[in-house]
Design a protein around this ligand. Structure first.
Ligand code: FE
Length: 216
């Protein structure tokens, strides 16, 4: 099976958020699709290991913010590669409390608020069917597609994403992978070898230090 064909399926970049008591939680999703028009049902896919999945099953209410192409890397790495169990992702992020949900506004062209009407168990993931109740366009900026994220921003799928694929070995040069976000530093494609990078160097995707990289 040539799994690369799956890269031709279109996806977007969205931040799903919800609120448990006073705690704001959220994470990135790349799969969201409108299922019906008249009754306005949206389907999203979330890994079962995600804290947001666990919380959403309780709260049943969420906001989905649609990222634009100008989205900053800090926002992407915070919501994509860390867990709301460990950090408050909303620190220093522009969001608004709308309908008692923390809606991310920063670098987003719009948002949708809705209620979970059903969760469908699909092995490693759950599909949540969401009845859309409120939505607002925030700007005319182009929404970021997953292809743009990969090809222009050189982003990688985190392990929990439904589209994650294991990296294939290429060439004989040393390659190092960030254990947090999956970014690969390939000596053959860089001017400086990984070992010669200063200790102050940080992952261009998620900002962690060299010590979090593993030699492949
Ligand atoms: Fe990283």
């Amino acid at each position: 099976m040539d799994l690369s064909i799956l890269n031709n399926i279109s996806y977007g970049m969205y931040i799903i958020t919800t609120k448990k008591e006073h705690k704001n939680v959220g994470c990135f999703i790349n799969s969201a699709m409108q299922i019906t028009s008249k009754s306005k049902i949206l389907a999203i896919s979330l890994n079962k290991d995600n804290y947001t999945n666990e919380v959403l099953k309780e709260t049943r209410k969420c906001a989905i913010s649609i990222l634009n192409e100008k989205a900053n890397q800090k926002l992407i790495s915070k919501f994509g590669y860390f867990s709301s169990r460990e950090i408050n992702k909303f620190d220093e992020v522009n969001y608004q409390n709308i309908s008692e949900l923390p809606v991310v506004i920063e670098d987003c062209c719009g948002y949708i608020i809705g209620e979970v009407i059903r969760a469908i168990d699909v092995e490693t993931h759950d599909i949540f069917l969401i009845r859309m109740e409120q939505m607002e366009k925030l700007s005319d900026d182009a929404p970021m597609t997953y292809r743009y994220y990969h090809e222009v921003l050189k982003g990688k799928s985190p392990k929990k994403a439904p589209t994650y694929q294991e990296e294939k070995e290429e060439g004989k040069a040393n390659r190092y992978q960030c254990s947090i976000c999956g970014y690969i530093y390939d000596d053959s494609k860089e001017k400086i070898k990984f070992e010669d990078l200063p200790d102050s160097w940080t992952c261009p995707m998620c900002g962690v230090g060299k010590d979090k990289f593993i030699k492949l």
